[in-house]
Design a protein around this ligand. Structure first.
Ligand code: ADP
Ligand code: MG
Length: 594
């Protein structure tokens, strides 16, 4: 007896709907994207019971005429493409023409729509595969309500999570849409209460500040970068080194305004934060990538949540480098603003408490003043006990870098400095790393080297040796004389003086790793990034470590070398080199001040 029979079109559509609609958030996404595709500048979203009871989207977009309003629920009905070839240049969110058909198959839909400028609108009720249309008089735009999701597919309904969980997914999606469209005026009502109201903004940073709680917003840094050759730009906002979350839910990537999840992009972002925030913590960020649509494939996932890049490395590298340098610049800027290690002298000895001291002038500004024009008096202001002042402070009164006293080393890790504003702590490793990095970067051709009495032999796999052999000149340019030795060894005959006692095995292995990682990037960029990374790594290896005892002279030298560095407020990885415990805060802790 034959067993095969054809499913009714409606049953087949209910099954197919599962590809597009698995849970309420998928419906929300499709409806919001339709509104955006219709050119809406204002969208309101209403959710009830986690979207299980109601999802309603009201937009002020183009609207539809009656015929389109009926047709839009048919399978493969779309106004957005005519052939698959157009996918390579598509800029709309939708293109498959299956969202509304799927949604209508598994819920009760009411659509009210009116074209811009039309005199009459339409109301459509779609349920159980039947559609009824009648005239109506809604405002211009489209108002679509999706009720009782999966009321007719109990097998799916039972997989829906509780209200809070579904709502959380929806708010995350709504955030992503807002971030991708800063100019959009957006409102979200959850169970009849206004949850988010976002008037139009002109950039992502402002949008982030608007969406995220005040504390996050204060820690946001603007990022902007481009690889013009490859036609990729990124812009957005990332949290600084003082802010982190315990999960990845604060990380958003948009590609051509489309919210995507892509593991590699996340990894690139986290690499940019390497050593800046603790392991297992995550930043808050929104990075919008703009790329030629022909260089991505958005059609790899049924719900278009994942995309594939033709050349993922380019984008990843751009993200990683931009994040790293934005963090580094930010730390420098912030510390410069808050602190003035080597602060200029105050006019006369202040009788007033420290908080009456005018805000410190940044070192960059003071350096522009010739000594004789400086309006500042030469005395080290608060020094009622002159023996606290560094011995030569009086000799070079106008030189601001003498305006501190080295207290000593703390925990064999920090150098303590007394200055007018408070107690300044320098992280000896981070500071030394910065100093050496600048030296390696600026003077790498003239860096003093030393011939090793006992050359170092580094053993590595033969295929790694083949990989690194063409790049040994990079080491040579940094004062490391290295060459192949036999079929699986390298011999190092001389190194920069600072590295003479450092085992270089790990450094070589790291370089091999970078070559493996980066080999798709163009030559010039590759070599630039290798130089930078090698300099940072050499600096890290050669720098004094936490736990190293330092003499007073060594500390003095470190502090004055640090002062000479242009980016002295952060190490090459973006960690701060120093921090101020302000006198004001100390006094507050001792309740001398309020
Ligand atoms: P797709 O978005 O892939 O084209 P959908 O099923 O989501 O498919 O929508 C079908 C069609 O209905 C769209 O191509 C569009 O023409 C029309 N449409 C849907 N939503 C709206 C809206 N909010 N405003 C105007 N037109 C819409
Ligand atoms: Mg659509």
């Amino acid at each position: 007896m034959s067993k095969i029979h054809q499913l009714s079109p409606h049953e087949a559509q209910k099954i197919a709907a599962g590809q597009v609609v698995e849970r309420p958030v998928n419906v929300v996404k499709e409806l919001l994207e339709n509104a955006l595709d219709a050119g809406a500048t204002s969208i309101s979203l209403y959710i009830q019971d986690g979207g299980k009871k109601l999802i309603q989207v009201i937009d002020n977009g183009y609207g539809m005429d009656r015929q389109d309003a009926k047709r839009c629920f048919e399978k493969h009905a779309t106004s957005k493409i005519r052939s698959v070839d157009e996918l390579t240049t598509i800029t709309s969110f939708g293109f498959r023409g299956e969202a509304l058909a799927s949604i209508a198959a598994v819920s009760k839909v009411t659509l009210l729509t009116k074209e811009q400028g039309a005199t009459e609108g339409t109301r459509i009720d779609a349920q159980e595969g039947t559609i009824s249309a009648k005239p109506a008089a809604p405002p211009e735009g489209t108002n679509i309500s999706v009720s009782d999701l999966f009321y007719n597919v109990p097998a799916r309904a039972k997989f829906l999570k509780k209200r809070e969980t579904e709502t959380r997914h929806i708010t995350q999606m709504a955030q992503a849409i807002c971030l991708g469209h800063p100019k959009l005026h957006f409102q979200l009502f959850i169970d009849d209460r206004l949850f988010v109201s976002c008037p139009s903004q002109d950039n992502i940073l402002k949008r982030c500040a608007q969406l995220w709680e005040k504390n996050t917003a204060r820690h946001l840094i603007d990022v902007n970068a481009a690889n013009n050759q490859r036609g990729v730009t990124i812009c957005g906002a990332i949290s600084d080194h003082q802010w982190f979350r315990y999960d990845r839910n604060g990380i958003f990537f948009l590609v051509n305004n489309r919210w995507v999840s892509n593991y590699q992009l996340g990894q690139a972002l986290l690499k940019g934060y390497n050593n800046v925030i603790p392991h297992g913590r995550y930043p808050t960020s929104c990075i919008a990538i703009t790329i030629d649509p022909s260089l991505i494939d958005i059609n790899t996932h049924p719900r278009k949540q994942e995309i594939t890049f033709a050349n993922p490395r380019i984008v990843q590298q751009l993200i990683q480098d931009t994040v790293r340098s934005a963090l580094e610049t930010n730390v420098s800027k912030q510390i410069k603003k808050n602190i003035s290690l080597y602060q200029p002298e105050m006019p006369d000895i202040p009788a007033a408490p420290f908080e009456h001291i005018p805000h410190p002038i940044s070192i960059a500004e003071t350096q522009k003043l010739p000594a004789e024009q400086t309006p500042l008096a030469p005395n080290y202001a608060p020094a009622s006990k002159q023996d606290n002042v560094t011995p030569d402070a009086g000799d070079m009164p106008t030189s601001p870098e003498n305006n501190y006293r080295l207290v000593g080393q703390f925990g064999k890790t920090y150098i303590l400095i007394e200055q007018q504003e408070g107690l300044y702590l320098i992280d000896q490793h981070a500071a030394h790393e910065r100093i050496l990095y600048e030296q390696f970067a600026n003077r790498f051709e003239k860096i003093p080297t030393i011939k090793l009495m006992f050359p170092q032999l580094v053993t590595c796999k033969q295929q790694d040796l083949d990989l690194i052999a063409p790049h040994l000149n990079i080491f040579q340019q940094h004062g490391i004389a290295i060459e192949p030795f036999g079929k699986d060894q390298l011999i190092i005959q001389s190194t920069p003086v600072h590295l003479k006692d450092v085992q270089l095995q790990e450094l070589i292995q790291q370089v091999i790793g970078w070559i493996k990682d980066d080999n798709q990037i163009d030559q010039e960029q590759f070599s630039k990034s290798m130089h930078n990374k090698l300099q940072a790594q050499m600096a890290c290896k050669a720098a004094v470590k936490a736990g190293d005892s330092l003499t007073h002279e060594q500390m003095q030298e470190l502090v004055s070398d640090l002062h000479a560095c242009p980016n002295r407020f952060s190490c090459p990885h973006g960690r701060p080199t120093g921090w101020l415990l302000s006198l004001h805060d100390i006094e507050k802790m001792f309740r001398r001040k309020t």
